[in-house]
Design a protein around this ligand. Structure first.
Ligand code: ADP
Length: 603
């Protein structure tokens, strides 16, 4: 799914859950408030009941005191002043002892004849309470209970009354007024408002002043009149606090909108009530529902924080999971790549090994070929040499034959001296042939048989003698420098000689059409090095040729092999030397051999 769609979904879920949580929290808190207010109201009711019970039986008990009859039985229609102070004192005494606000004595006409507050300016004495229901109840023979604003004190009070009998006839009423400010001491719950209402729903006691002497529900006109007549609540207008049609409907509500006349608005309260059947009241507790909103906001805020954190945690967990997956995939790919690369490497390695093997084989073959080539070149050269050897040997042989034939003739003529001379010549010639063959033998020797301490001059001379006939035949002038016998080289004599022969042979060949052809050979040495230069005054070599003449099979001759110089260079390099070519001053080519000088003496 697309990212933005996820976001919308998450926000939608969050909103739905927020609404749900706010609803649940609201219900919960409302329930909690209702429970609390019910409990508190019940407690208040019970405590109030207990307090009022303390006083409810008192008037009947006090009514039995005969001292109270005296002022009522006086002959005069009004109490005798002399007798009254003692009753007033008595009532004052009782009031103090019992913790009552006022205790007073009323005669049959409703006139107060004695009162505990007889000394105070708002004394009840002389007041007529005939209109008070508690008086009417008591004088008619039953104990009375009543709540009202004090007619003279204007203080709220609860009145208990009992009839005083004389000869089975009610001749007066004893009344106790209890100050209800005691409720304020009992009630400690600041956040909960309370109200005490009578049977009609008129609030006569409340923590909220603006509710006092107002009715919980609208009153009917006659009810209002009746209340006004009894002056129970003075001249209060008894405006309604709600618009419910009857009290039971009001009592069934969990929450109610109740006016706050002082602030000119309505507030919603969680309502609970406690019936005080005996007093005929109901205690109402009101807990403002606003408190619940606070909790709802808190809960929703907490949920939003929690939900955001959860979403963040899930997102990061999801990202981690994705990253791990990607990493695992990458790892797999990498592993595969490594395996593949390793295989490739192994293959390449194998190929390399094969190549090396092949290279070694080729090298071995090359070596073989090289030695075969050397041999072939040797043979080629030998073929050529044998022609000149033949020529050289044929001449002395022919001469020997001539000397021998001549000797036979001289023997017939008995010229022995001349025969002896001929025989000497034959011996000389024989020696000459032997020498020629001896030189030829040098080529037949194997290279490794030769020692490495070669007198350079000897090898040079030997090479020259082998080619002498060619030189003479071609009319080439040979210019040989000083050939010092002290110059010893670290090279095989036969191979070195082969190189010199090859160089001289090439020079002779280069001079076939030269004018005044010349070949030269120079031998020089420094302390460590020996230099042999073979030069000619032939056509020489251009730069391209100079680069190529040492590569195998490079030849400019129709019957050439192109191997002579290649092999020569190899031979010289095998003795740690070098073979190169330069232009000879005055034209022609000059081949330069450099070899290490042997420090050992020639043996
Ligand atoms: P080949 O003699 O069989 O041709 P070499 O390797 O001995 O083989 O010589 C290679 C080539 O070098 C010759 O064909 C020739 O062209 C050239 N060369 C060698 N020596 C000389 C020289 N002294 N003067 C001119 N060219 C030479």
């Amino acid at each position: 799914m697309h990212k933005s769609k996820w976001l919308v979904l998450i926000i939608a879920i969050g909103l739905a859950l927020s609404v749900l949580i706010s609803q649940l929290t609201y219900q919960q808190v409302k329930q909690h408030l209702a429970d609390k207010v019910t409990l508190d109201v019940d407690q208040l009711g019970q405590k109030l009941d207990a307090q009022l019970n303390r006083y409810s039986k008192l008037p009947e008990v006090l009514a039995n005191d005969p001292r109270l009859l005296r002022p009522l039985l006086a002959d005069t229609p009004h109490p005798v002043a002399a007798q009254l102070p003692s009753t007033n004192h008595l009532l004052q005494q009782w009031s103090k002892t019992l913790g009552a606000d006022t205790i007073y004595l009323i005669d049959a006409q409703g006139m107060t004849v004695a009162a505990s507050n007889w000394q105070q300016p708002d004394s009840f004495v002389g007041q007529n309470y005939a209109y008070r229901p508690y008086f009417r109840d008591a004088i008619s023979g039953k104990p009375g209970q009543y709540f009202a604003l004090g007619a003279s004190s204007d203080k709220r009070g609860y009145y208990f009354s009992a009839p005083l009998y004389y000869q089975q006839q009610a001749i007066g009423v004893i009344a106790i007024k209890v100050d209800l400010s005691l409720i304020e001491d009992i009630w400690q719950y600041k956040e909960i408002e309370y109200a005490i209402a009578d049977q009609l729903g008129v609030v006569f006691y409340s923590s909220e002043n603006s509710w006092l002497y107002r009715s919980l529900i609208p009153l009917e006109e006659n009810q209002k009149q009746q209340i006004l007549a009894s002056r129970q609540y003075g001249s209060a207008k008894l405006d309604p606090l709600t618009q419910y049609s009857n009290l039971s409907e009001f009592n069934q509500r969990e929450t109610s909108d109740i006016k706050l006349p002082s602030q000119n608005r309505s507030d919603t309260y969680v309502v609970a009530s406690h019936d005080m059947a005996q007093a005929g009241w109901a205690i109402y507790g009101f807990s403002p529902i606003k408190a619940a909103y606070q909790y709802v906001i808190q809960a929703v805020l907490m949920f939003i924080v929690f939900y955001s954190l959860l979403c963040l945690a899930i997102t990061s967990w999801w990202q981690t999971l994705k990253a791990q997956k990607a990493l695992a995939q990458l790892n797999d790919r990498l592993e595969q790549l490594v395996i593949q690369r390793t295989n490739n490497l192994l293959e390449t390695n194998q190929q390399l090994r094969d190549t090396i093997e092949q290279y070694e084989r080729t090298q071995a073959e090359l070596k073989q070929t090289q030695s075969e080539l050397v041999q072939a070149a040797k043979l080629a050269m030998l073929g050529e040499l044998s022609a000149s050897i033949n020529h050289e040997i044929n001449q002395p042989l022919a001469a020997m034959r001539t000397y021998a034939e001549n000797s036979r003739k001289l023997l017939q003529k008995e010229r022995y001296q001349a025969v002896a001379g001929n025989i000497d010549e034959i011996i000389n010639l024989n020696q000459m042939v032997a020498d020629i063959i001896a030189r030829f033998k040098v080529f037949a020797r194997k290279a490794n048989e030769a020692h490495n301490h070669t007198v350079a001059a000897d090898s040079i001379r030997s090479a020259i003698s082998l080619l002498r006939n060619r030189l003479i035949k071609q009319g080439v002038i040979l210019r040989v420098g000083e050939l010092s016998p002290d110059i010893i080289i670290n090279a095989d004599a036969v191979q070195f000689e082969q190189v010199i022969i090859n160089l001289l042979h090439n020079a002779i060949q280069a001079l076939t059409s030269a004018h005044q052809p010349q070949v030269g050979i120079v031998l020089e040495a420094s302390e460590k090095w020996v230099e042999i230069r073979v030069w000619d005054n032939g056509p020489g070599l251009d730069d391209d040729q100079k680069k190529r003449i040492f590569t195998p099979f490079f030849t400019t001759k129709h019957d050439g092999l192109g191997l002579g110089l290649t092999i020569s260079r190899r031979i010289i390099e095998a003795f740690s030397g070098s073979l190169g070519v330069i232009d000879h001053p005055g034209g022609g080519a000059e081949f330069v051999i450099k070899l290490p000088r042997s420090t050992e003496d020639n043996q």
